[in-house]
Design a protein around this ligand. Structure first.
Ligand SMILES: [Ca+2]
Length: 197
């Protein structure tokens, strides 16, 4: 609890201070989706496949998915889920479920974005082939570090988030600041997400 409050206050303080401390090393070398997805092939939100089961780490999800079909869910339009003991994302379940979330995220600007997440339970976020945020095991709500992510070219990048909720409360939130923007981070907006069905 103390860690959680400290992390929360740190994010709030740094946001208010207008100069988020870059706690993490910058992530560089993101590769744009190649080819870029055709505009008429894209649908809003991120695609998601759910796997019902008891997970203790996101590292268990790929092996699990190899042998099970999973269930397609309604697309996730925004990663702003802070639902207490309610439904986990669009899964129709409140506990014991993993989500394999895939699609694209669009960076319109060249420069250094700041990306952060709050999660409960595990998350493993990869963008443009690079690991951005990992907090893979069971935990109460907590924030990641503020991760500087260098974008060399505007466009769509492959987005892949593994997530699971073991029991009780569930949170998945994704925040960013565009290059040069200071102040509090915003939820990554819906128009920055897309997927091909
Ligand atoms: Ca939980």
């Amino acid at each position: 609890m103390i860690i959680r409050i400290t992390a929360f206050l740190a994010v709030v303080f740094l946001a208010l201070a207008g100069a988020p401390a870059m706690a993490a090393d910058p992530v560089t070398g993101l590769v744009k989706s190649d080819p870029q997805p055709a505009a008429d092939s894209l649908q809003p939100g991120l695609g998601v496949t759910y796997y019902a089961g008891v997970f203790n780490s996101t590292d268990e999800i790929p092996g699990w998915a190899k042998y099970r079909k999973g269930k397609k869910g309604e697309p996730i339009l925004l990663l702003d889920y802070n639902v207490g003991d309610g439904e986990v994302l669009t899964s129709g379940r409140v506990d014991e479920v993993a989500a394999d979330i895939r699609g694209f995220i669009r960076f319109d600007e060249v420069g250094t974005y700041t990306i952060a997440m709050q999660s409960n339970d595990g998350i493993d976020l990869t963008i443009g082939g690079k690991s951005i945020i990992k907090d893979t095991e069971v935990h109460a709500d907590r924030y990641s570090e503020l991760v500087p992510v260098e974008v060399a070219e505007p466009g769509w990048y492959d987005f892949h988030l593994l997530y699971f909720e073991k029991r009780v409360t569930s949170t998945v939130e994704l925040f960013w600041n565009a290059p040069g923007k200071t102040g509090s981070l915003d939820f990554v907006p819906a128009e920055a997400f897309a997927h091909t069905p």
